[in-house]
Write a protein that binds this ligand. Structure first.
Ligand code: IVH
Length: 696
């Protein structure tokens, strides 16, 4: 029977209920993946129009089958801006940073400068001292006493609209208690406690999800969620400490201002203290340093603010920091412990990395068991021996460093560490080429450690991005011989029933894994190249290669030809801007190995590798090597980089003869000088925006 109306009806009318449920699941996963590509990697894979079409299809099916709306439906997510991102918000008053003091003399110098500026002689300056929490600053706007807007700091001028997210924090009042100015902007620090950070990481690890490097990153990652329900589930708090734009200023001193904040319903750090003099400030600094390790959250110093707001107004700002406040930082946290052993880890490219195994020790509130030892030269330089008592230091990040050995405590008979010359995993010879610091296992495909690391890289976010196939799962599947090569990953759906019976799995999670794998059979060429994990072919070089060769077939043919030294293909490869001879050598070496070529061909048979888009319309900028230096006022570095890459330019860190363009922001230093010396073209941020077709 033919039903003419069907032909013109929207496709969702053709779906059975079961099909619709499956399609909504697929759309939820796909849209979430594109959201991540856009927000977390700044690397969208589809156009805004294609993205909108996915969302529209999701909405249309939901309208037809309202009972099937999923709890993770993209339509329930906030941030309905064109590509699902956070809207940008311009701060009424820029959110600035603070100058740092490291020792008492720096603090003294800050006080003397303020006194000189104010024309004071010996008069004492009174301060408020506030523990400096390592979190992320937030700006909250209240109108008529109601919270109307929350924004991240962003680049200081423009932040992201996280209103829906901040509303989920219990420490952020949605209405100010008592009398409040018509319009006021409150600033403070959003943070996560050390205990909550460790618990979150443990849960993330168990779920095969991203681990955060420190509480600061965890707080930022938790607040900047498109789905505000994720933020709500994360243990975030805020301490209020500053004022932005205000219709009238309800205080004469900073201390009174903090009091107002408390009355309105904010939490002010209870350790904040009024200090009558510089000496009091120095005593407070010492007291806080003593308390630091016992505090439930990380602090990296104390912020001192001149208490009198009239003086603050007179002092004003210089550059991006106030003259009336300073962050007096603590020295890095240190502890001593015993080095119980040195373990050699073997990485994806065979690099042997020594890791120190330590008697567990508390460093600034974090229990430390491991520390990096970098490489064999580093061990020799510090003469670190097993059994030694070592001084550990944790500065910001969670991975601590070994600073020194306590020589007096060396046990008798401790021998200098002999770095292995064979791979501890596969037993192959490990060699260290002249001039390099890294020793590498030569086992290649026979080395199971390398194979495992390559599989992990292959499925990782920036590569195939297979949800549910995290590091832990891959190690497990590899050990149990479910996967031995990347191609095996695409055969996992055939083993779905078996996976469902594994410990920690079940039918749903096994089915989700199969769906996630199926969803990734279509892969852009650049990601495919990156996923192979060829040495020196990171994300940027993979993109350059993909753009240059366009299709998988063309890349594959040219690479095989490039194996021949002196071939046309080899010199063409060397001519791609930014690729250079070392990378050409690496690629040729990879393709010279028949097992690598066989793996690639096997994958190509299982996948749909999509062609790369040729370098964007940027015309003038396509193929150019660009360096950004100094502080940019309107762009973050990742934004600037994405902008350049979109136009086909390559962004590098250092200035050389190969550099075509140097974009200088505020306080540009040696790179700008070097560019001038080399005669490289230098442009301002505004000129760059014009060149890139996005003028201010
Ligand atoms: S006042 C113009 N007070 O430190 C004054 N900042 O290094 C700007 N911070 O971006 C900030 N605790 O994220 C201030 N009690 C405190 C602070 C604090 C932490 C952070 C804030 C700021 C950064 C500047």
């Amino acid at each position: 029977m033919t039903r003419p109306a069907r032909r013109t009806a929207p496709p969702e009318f053709d779906l059975t209920e079961a099909d619709a449920a499956a399609e909504l699941a697929r759309l939820a996963a796909e849209i979430a993946r594109h959201d991540r590509a856009y927000h977390e990697r700044d690397a969208p894979e589809i156009s805004d129009a294609e993205y909108d079409a996915l969302r529209r299809r999701n909405a249309a099916i939901e309208a037809r089958f309202p009972a099937l709306v999923r709890p993770d439906s993209p339509s329930l997510r906030v941030g309905a801006a064109p590509a699902g991102g956070f809207a940008k918000i311009r701060h009424g008053v820029p959110m600035l940073s603070l100058d740092n003091a490291f020792v008492a003399a720096d603090f003294q110098e800050f006080c003397d400068r303020a006194r000189r500026f104010l024309g004071l002689k010996e008069e004492r300056l009174a301060f408020v001292g506030e523990p400096k929490i390592d979190g992320l600053s937030i700006s909250l706007t209240y109108e008529g006493g109601r919270l109307v807007r929350g924004a991240t700091r962003g680049d200081g001028l423009e932040g992201e609209d996280v209103t829906a997210n901040v509303r989920t924090l219990a420490t952020i009042p949605s209405r100010l208690k008592g009398h409040a100015p018509e319009r006021i902007e409150i600033r403070g620090e959003v943070f996560m406690t050390k205990a909550d950070f460790l618990a979150l990481n443990a849960a993330q690890e168990a779920a095969g999800q991203k681990i955060f490097a420190n509480p600061r990153n965890a707080a930022a990652g938790s607040l900047r969620q498109l789905d505000a329900r994720i933020t709500a589930a994360r243990p975030l708090s805020m301490f209020a400490y500053a004022m932005g734009e205000a219709s009238d200023i309800p205080a004469d001193t900073h201390w009174q201002w903090l009091d107002r904040l408390r009355h309105w319903g904010f939490t002010v750090n209870p350790l904040s203290k009024q200090l009558a003099s510089e000496d009091d400030a120095a005593a407070f600094q010492a007291a806080m340093a003593d308390q630091r390790a016992a505090l439930p959250y990380d602090i990296d110093g104390v912020v001192y603010k001149i208490d009198d707001l009239a003086l603050q107004r007179r002092l004003g700002f210089v550059g991006r920091a106030p003259r009336w406040a300073i962050a007096w930082k603590f020295p890095a946290e240190q502890a001593t412990t015993v080095l119980e052993g040195i373990e050699i880890q073997v990485g994806r490219t065979g690099a042997l990395t020594p890791v120190a195994r330590l008697a567990p020790v508390n460093v600034g509130g974090v229990l430390v068991r491991n520390a990096t030892l970098h490489n064999e030269d580093e061990i020799a330089r510090k003469d670190v021996r097993i059994g030694d008592t070592v001084v550990l230091q944790r500065a910001g990040d969670v991975i601590p460093q070994i600073v020194a050995v306590v020589a007096e405590k060396r046990p008798p008979g401790a021998l200098p560490y002999a770095f292995p010359d064979h791979c501890p995993v596969c037993g192959s010879l490990a060699i260290r080429p002249p001039g390099e610091v890294v020793r590498r296992c030569t086992g290649g495909l026979v080395c199971s450690a390398q194979v495992e690391e390559r599989l992990i890289h292959f499925a990782s976010r920036a590569a195939f991005d297979i949800e549910g196939l995290g590091e832990k799962t891959i190690r497990e599947f590899h050990a149990d011989r479910l996967i031995a090569s990347p191609a095996d990953i695409f055969r996992l759906p055939d083993h779905e029933a078996e996976i469902a019976t594994r410990e920690g799995w079940g039918e749903t999670s096994a089915r989700n894994l199969s769906a996630a794998i199926e969803a990734r059979r279509r892969i852009p060429l650049a990601r495919f190249i990156y996923a192979l994990g060829i040495r020196r072919i990171g994300d940027t070089n993979a993109k350059l290669l993909a753009r240059h060769y366009g299709s998988f077939a063309s890349w594959r043919t040219q690479m095989e030809a490039a194996v021949q030294i002196g071939s046309e293909a080899r010199s063409d490869l060397g001519n791609i801007v930014g690729v250079g001879p070392a990378i050409a050598e690496e690629l040729a070496e990879f393709f010279a190995e028949p097992r690598n070529v066989a793996t690639i061909d096997e994958l190509a048979g299982l996948l749909n590798i999509t062609d790369a888009e040729p370098a964007g319309g940027g015309g003038e900028l396509a193929g150019k090597v660009v360096v950004f230096t100094g502080t940019l006022a309107t762009l973050t570095r990742p934004e600037a980089k994405a902008m350049a890459e979109k136009l086909g330019a390559k962004v590098t860190d250092s200035v050389s003869k190969k550099t075509d363009l140097v974009v200088v922001g505020a306080d540009a230093g040696s790179k700008a000088r070097k560019a001038a010396e080399l005669g490289v073209r230098i442009v301002t941020e505004a000129e760059w925006r014009t060149l890139a077709g996005e003028p201010l």
